[in-house]
Every structure is written in C-alpha cells, then in structure tokens.
Design a protein around this ligand. Structure first.
Ligand SMILES: [Zn+2]
Length: 177
C-alpha cells in the first residue's frame, strides 16, 4: 500500500495510543497523553521506514537534483535497499538490531513487519512485487497492486478508519468503569 497508509496502520496497531495500548491507552501516572506517547510517532516512523529507506532515498535525490519525482531510472542500489527492507531476512536482522539497541522498541518496530505483510497482497507482479523471501528465493505472492485496483486502495483506507474506530471504542470501555 502507499507509504502514508503504512504509517497510519503502524501507529494504529503498534503504539500505546493505538490498539496495543489496550483499553487504558497511553495515559501514564501524570495523566500525560497522546503527544507524550513516543510509541505513536515511533510506530508511524517504523511503518513508513521500509519505503523511506529505499524509494524515499531515490525520490529525495530526484528532488534535490531539481528533476521532480520520477518512477523511471530508479538506480539498482535502491532495489537492493527495497529487497532488504521488504524481506523476512532483512526484517529479522533489522528488528533484532533495533531491539538489542533499545528494548522498548519491540512494540513500535513491529510496524515494520506489518508494513511488509500488508504489501504482500497489495503488490502485484513486477519490480515492486514484495521480495519476501529475498535473498533465498525470487518467489513472491502475486497480489493486487493498490495503484491499479482502486477497490484495494479505498478498501485499505476504510480498514484503517475501522482500526482507529476500534481504538476509540476500546478507550470508551475504559472510561465507563
Ligand atoms: Zn513498502
């Protein structure tokens, strides 16, 4: 799916403000809320990281060169980074390093595998088919590319809306007690 979608889904699932916060949410002893919940912003960041650290580099180089954003002429190293960030092997290494560095990242960094798992069915055959088994196999699931199937794109965003409604519903059950 599109990069923003991944950020918003990651935040909805893998932050304390989101579903991972359960009924209570991110409120701490001092009653501090969303803006002090670093896991919300971290989950958003890890949600967009796989695209940011691959295609994002290409697009920002285009922008700095004043060429505008182009989908053609993407250099090979960007695809290496795309494989790294969109494969189970790359995730295992990256996630392992992140959690070894800071333990508390275990929750928001889960937005990274969530990104890749949602890319698997929403990317069809072609250069952007999710290289889930890289570098061991070229195999990929031939999904329904979100940029070709509007139903997939809008369905995805309706799903995100439902996720956040579920978060709100959860919090309401906490307050009623
Ligand atoms: Zn992606």
């Amino acid at each position: 799916m599109d990069t923003l979608f991944h950020g918003v889904v990651g935040a909805a699932l893998c932050s304390r403000t989101g579903l991972a916060g359960g009924r209570r949410g991110p409120v701490d002893g001092q009653g501090r809320r969303i803006f002090s919940d670093w896991t919300l912003w971290a989950a958003f960041f890890f949600g967009i990281l796989p695209d940011l650290a691959s295609l994002g580099i290409h697009f920002s180089m285009d922008l700095f060169a004043g060429d505008g954003v182009k989908w053609h002429g993407i250099p090979d190293f960007v695809f290496v980074l795309y494989n790294l960030t969109h494969s189970l092997a790359g995730i295992a290494v990256g996630y392992g390093l992140l959690v070894a560095w800071k333990r508390a990242l275990w929750l928001p960094a889960l937005a990274w595998p969530v990104h890749v798992l949602t890319d698997v069915p929403t990317h069809g055959d072609g250069r952007f088919m999710t290289p889930i088994l890289w570098p061991f196999s070229e195999w990929g699931f031939v999904g329904w590319s979100w940029w070709q199937y509007p139903d997939v794109f809008y369905g995805g965003w309706i799903f995100v809306g439902a996720l956040w409604l579920a978060v709100i519903a959860l919090r309401l059950t906490w307050r009623k007690k």
